[in-house]
Design a protein around this ligand. Sequence first.
Ligand code: URP
Ligand code: ZN
Ligand code: ZN
Length: 471
Amino acid sequence: MGTLIKNGTVVNASGSERADVLIEGETIAAVGADLATDGHEVVDAKGLLVMPGGIDVHTHLDMPFGGTTSADDYTTGTQAAAVGGTTTVIDFALQKQGSTMAEALKIWLGKSDGKACVDFSLHMAVTDLGPGDGSQGLREMEEMVAAGISSFKLFMAYPGVLMIDDGLMFKVMQKAAQLNALCCIHAENGSAIDIVVAQMIAEGKTAPHFHALSRSPKAEAEATHRAIALADMAGAAVYIVHLSNEYALDELKHLQARGARALAETCTQYLVLSIEDQMSGKSWEEAKYVFTPPLREKRHQDPLWQAIADGTLSVVSTDHCPFRFADQKELGRGDFTKIPNGGPGVENRLQILWHFGVNGGRITPEKFVELNCTNPARIFGMGKKKGAIAAGLDADVLLWDPNADYTITAATQCMATDYNMFEGWKVKGNAAKVFSRGELVVDNTVQPGKFLGATGRGRFVRRETNAGGFA
Ligand code: URP
Ligand code: ZN
Ligand code: ZN
């Protein structure tokens, strides 16, 4: 006996249709009009949209960073994802300088073991290729690909912690090109930013909003250009993470037009939050919005919305990197350089994108699915399993209620932070029911905000190399 979702409208990136969806076991068995009931358990989706579960390709769960550890572990983080309609996350394993990628993978698989509640995968953040010519690290990249890790993250920011130089970046890109893997880049000129930061601190500019002012959009644009240009030279496909402003967008567009195999994401926060509204320099509370790249002036938002609508940007992720305000953000009171960088968002991505994007007339429901589900699956080598409502794919199915009214608040969220970046915002559109590989794991219509599955049921997803879908 399967589960038959009847009377809904199936929304895929390619189009929408009135159709039933039959789930058998962990898989979508059939999609079609008037499928026979045949003793299946029927779920009535009248008035609901039947979409693929969301995929958030940029989260940091249980990550040591900024003198502390991100507040969501694999349990709370993936439960929060599920409650918000996201059924897969791609997290980052961070290689420590002086250590190996294998060690980082072991640590991150340990963090997720017995804890992940929806499916997850990992990017490998490369910080070190080992001694000499780096051949040891380059061999390790092959091992990572064999283990199902088809994307490598490189940081052009955070000197002394995660930042690598252009030479190392270029070597990794050449190897990625050989492996058909994808290079994901945090693009900011970390060295220039560090000089500005030191100057600000010396001038007594220590409040949270100076974090934003110290990281110019131009430093992001410069690094975006450099990353894409180097990847192009190396013959690699590149994916710029958390692109936040119009100048960086201009570089992306320009190099895309010249044929570079370059993709990029933006994150929810850059579309709807701004320096003017959240970071005007009035209070310590603004530490809640210290993340990197920082919030930008409002005028950057329209170009980002335009770019997700016209396909220049392919994905909206969250860069979910949560820290509690009371005791973790507090580490940087009196010195913004010590505020742990990051914000919570995995639970609210779809609500924000639907409310401001679809209801706001900026994107269609099909585009919503493309940005949140289909492109993430395809670009990151999971398209044969996830990212669409189609027979044969994993039954990660989201029943979305476009008319549900919801007020976002930390008081009822699953994320382990003591605040929400969108506190008190009223949105229309929310996840009604969420199936993960065929199992009903969230039913917000009956038990709102509660994860119904077993802790640890989430599986590691091995991803294929496909050069971000260019290959
Ligand atoms: O502020 C952020 N984004 N923290 C997480 C690390 C990163 O740069 O993505
Ligand atoms: Zn980053
Ligand atoms: Zn990040």
